[in-house]
Write a protein that binds this ligand. Sequence first.
Ligand code: SF4
Length: 165
Amino acid sequence: MANRLTLAGIALAVLGLALLIHALRSRWARGFISGKTVTLDNVTLFSKEHLLVGRPDRIVKRGEELIPEEWKSSKKVQPWHIAQLGTYFILIEEHYGVRPRFGVIVTGDGRRKRIANTEELRGRVLAVAQQVRESRRQVEVELAVSPAGWQCRACGQRSRCRQAR
Ligand code: SF4
């Protein structure tokens, strides 16, 4: 009887270990980096100062650090992905009082690209935000955009857009 119980205990321990490895593998495959999840696509951040808004896919806490993590279906990191992360850096700093040192973009093939929170990126995001605010004041003036042809072809606004390609 005691032997059977010991065997059952070992089997349960092996099963538990297998489940743990499976969970870690799935988590890794999905792109999760290690750390405690603070938000998981469930918090919208708003900056009164800069009139920016954003909802990061995930914010991770590692020690005192906060790291935004963004998942993209494309296999290549695009400039607007970086700008989006730059917006999250500003929002997180304003909301949590912690300036992220970097964020992570996880592409569709599971690769992770680390994006540094530089002054250059911050300046670029704030310049665009300023441009948007000014354009809102002059609602007649269109913001000049330069999307790729495939983006316009897939865009629901194409029939109404004067800049469609
Ligand atoms: S159709 Fe117009 S709104 Fe849509 S992606 Fe092209 S430029 Fe932008």
